[in-house]
Design a protein around this ligand. Structure first.
Ligand SMILES: Cc1ncc(COP(=O)(O)O)c(C=O)c1O
Length: 372
């Protein structure tokens, strides 16, 4: 099976540990274990009391009942039975695509977005059409283009809501139009939902609250600031959950007793995590928008309080070379836009720690002055 290299991951694998000011990531500044333990106000005492009694066996294969119950609360009408725990959202996307896509299937994927969503279907032999997003439309895809792309044999439409790298949220009305079109041919709609608008989570609608053939994938890596625990999930109807179970047994057994417990603990303290992150995102958004206003060589469609952004940089140089020089000379890490096939842009993760963001932007501006 052939597959393209994963552009963003390959970039980060080489460069991220060399950064002093990492403003490339899409996670809202990760919590330390101490911050996680502080969430319950008792330094994680009940968490450890429970953990110490656990046997380090395989634990709950699909995720503990407690985990599934917490995740099910994120949706209007999904039974805990239909939540399957996975190794991050990466594992969730892989599971859904591996279970559904066969050679010759027609798949439509939002482009650019998370590369799994188009390159895994291609690697499985699907005929993949890109549904492009357009900067002039606030990074929205055009529903008229979907009408042109959809075919009687379209099996799956893949979206990333909110989008990585742009931070754009597809609103409920738009998703409803996608669902209406998908229904005409019986297509599934898979939506990777790892990013939530932190200013007002009610702006977000999960695909599984709109469509019985919707598949939501998600994890604790972005909105919840704990990518290190490697826990994600799929949420679907029961027929799809059964199908996924079959494939899941071949690709993973479980996420581990410790990870499941920690994931459940974080979800139980969800309100506190979201409040921490809401403050961080809104504070950093202000710093970021002030910087954009003052920087003549940068412009951006502002992300909707989602932790990733895709500014355009006016740089008369190959963008990847620019980013490598920026890192080597100023210690600042970005993701060059060519990794998303959009070389005029960079991914800028403004939800880093505030001091890293401030210093990173200052140094980026200093570096940009060389072209004036
Ligand atoms: C849209 C999207 N999906 C999934 C992932 C991976 O998430 P996880 O760490 O949960 O595997 C990322 C990470 O960048 C992402 O941006």
């Amino acid at each position: 099976m052939k597959i393209a290299g994963f552009g963003v991951e390959e970039w980060l694998n080489v460069w991220e540990k060399k950064a002093t000011y990492d403003i490339a990531q899409s996670t809202i500044s990760s919590m330390t274990m101490q911050e996680v333990l502080d969430l319950d106000g008792e330094n994680g005492k009940s968490f450890y009391d429970l953990l110490n009694k656990q046997k380090m066996n395989y634990g709950w294969i699909e995720g503990s009942p407690e985990f599934k119950a917490e995740v099910a609360k994120l949706y209007k009408n999904i039974s805990p039975d239909n939540i399957l725990q996975t190794n991050g959202a990466t594992g969730a996307n892989h599971l859904a695509l591996y279970a559904l896509v066969e050679p010759g299937d027609h798949v439509i994927s939002e482009y650019p977005s998370y590369q799994q969503l188009y390159d895994i279907p291609k690697s499985l032999g699907a005929d993949v059409d890109y549904w492009h997003i357009h900067e002039e439309d606030g990074w929205y895809p055009d529903i008229e283009e979907l009408k042109q792309l959809i075919r009687p044999n379209t099996k799956l439409i893949c979206l990333n809501n909110a989008n990585n790298p742009t931070g754009t949220i597809l609103d409920r009305d738009f998703l409803q139009q996608v669902v209406d079109l998908a229904k005409t041919v019986g297509a599934y709609v898979l939506v990777d939902e790892v990013y939530l608008p932190l200013d007002d989570p009610s702006k977000f609608t999960s695909i599984v609250d709109l469509y019985d053939k919707g598949i939501a994938t998600n994890s604790l890596s972005k909105t919840y600031s704990v990518p290190g625990i490697r826990v994600g999930w799929t949420a679907t109807n029961s027929e799809l959950a059964d199908l996924f179970r079959k494939y899941r047994d071949y690709t993973m057994i479980c996420c581990g007793v410790f990870n499941d417990m920690l994931a459940t603990y974080v979800l139980r303290n969800r309100d506190k995590v979201l409040e921490r992150n809401r403050q961080l995102v809104l504070n950093n958004l202000k710093i970021y928008s002030d910087w954009i206003e003052s920087e003549p060589r940068a412009s951006v469609i502002m992300p909707q309080a989602v932790s990733t952004s895709f500014p355009k940089l006016d740089v008369p140089e190959d963008i990847e070379q620019f980013c490598i020089r920026l890192l080597k000379e100023e210690g600042v890490l970005l993701v060059p836009g060519n990794r998303f096939d959009m070389p005029g842009h960079v991914r800028l993760g403004y939800c880093a720690q505030e001091d890293a963001l401030r210093e990173g932007l200052k140094r980026l501006s200093k570096f940009l002055r060389q072209y004036d």
